[in-house]
Write a protein that binds this ligand. Structure first.
Ligand SMILES: [Zn+2]
Length: 291
């Protein structure tokens, strides 16, 4: 029996990475999820081993809060992190080329497991009321209205080193989480839009400039570009018995002066865009941003 991906006890149950209530809501039964090595897998088969305690006790409270739309930002953060983490566990086992398994895994284990110690520590203590995250929420959490109003499902999973997840929720909502920025992407956008009327103005502008059908990809891309622009995100964390603590956050945000095309291309590709789209974005940046 394989060990539980959260606590390493025997994993005697199956954890559906995309929760079954969400699969039912969006009628995903016969649809496929594209994995990192471009192979496809039915949503109902995208599972990881988990023990009964993690699967039903520890995560069920979190799951039902998200299902009922009653979660806090930090709870949405943890819920999305669980999905991203489980997908990263699968990523590490996928061969780069299914026809040529001798080429080895898509992601080397040392890359695919970066961050897992922090995540396991957080999940292990999740059930304790006094467990703390500093800052709170620990990343940037956005819940916005899906402008296409089509009630369609969308998922953008961005692996290491960028770490983001965008996923459709019921009632035409989209949840987008940037995991490792300590909330600074959101703070930066709030600062920029403070005098313009707040983030609702940003989403309106964004909706106008985004082609329909690719909203989740564009959203994730824009948020990750902002993360890349920020040059003073303190990435270090310390794990304590009573919490996960970030290094001190900066009083003033600093921005990178030059953005490099290879990094933009990598972010674009992770979001499901072609190289051409990345180049278009790069060309549209002010000249002083192009590195
Ligand atoms: Zn477990």
């Amino acid at each position: 029996m394989k060990p539980c991906v959260f606590c390493e006890q025997p994993g005697d149950t199956k954890e559906h990475i995309i929760p079954r209530w969400l699969q039912r809501h969006f009628d995903l039964k016969d649809q496929n999820l594209q994995m990192i090595n471009k192979t496809k897998n039915q949503y109902c088969r995208v599972i990881v081993p988990a023990c009964k305690k993690c699967n039903s006790e520890i995560f069920s409270r979190l799951e039902s809060k998200v299902r009922l739309g009653m979660a806090t930002e930090q709870e949405y953060y943890l819920w999305a992190l669980k999905i991203r983490y489980c997908l990263s566990v699968i990523d590490s086992s996928l061969p780069e080329d299914r026809a040529k398994p001798e080429k080895g895994p898509m992601l080397l284990e040392q890359f695919s497991t970066i961050g897992h110690d922090v995540i396991k520590h957080a999940f292990k203590h999740l059930i304790e009321d006094k467990f703390f995250f500093m800052p709170y929420p620990f990343g940037s959490v956005f819940i916005i209205k899906n402008p296409s109003q089509d009630e369609g499902f969308g998922l953008v999973d961005v692996s290491h080193p960028h770490w983001a997840l965008t996923i459709a929720l019921p009632n035409n909502r989209i949840l987008s989480v940037i995991f490792t920025d300590r909330g600074l992407v959101k703070r930066s956008l709030q600062e920029q839009y403070k005098s313009k009327g707040g983030l609702s103005i940003l989403w309106k502008e964004f909706e106008k400039s985004t082609p329909t059908g690719f909203f989740s990809q564009h959203l994730t891309f824009r948020l990750l570009l902002m993360q890349y622009q920020l040059s003073n995100i303190p990435y270090g964390v310390s794990l304590k018995k009573n919490g996960v603590y970030s290094k001190k956050l900066p009083n003033k945000l600093k921005y990178r002066e030059k953005l490099k095309l290879p990094v933009i291309s990598q972010i674009a590709e992770f979001c499901g865009f072609s190289k051409e789209v990345a180049q278009d974005v790069y060309r549209s940046l002010p000249a002083n941003y192009r590195g």
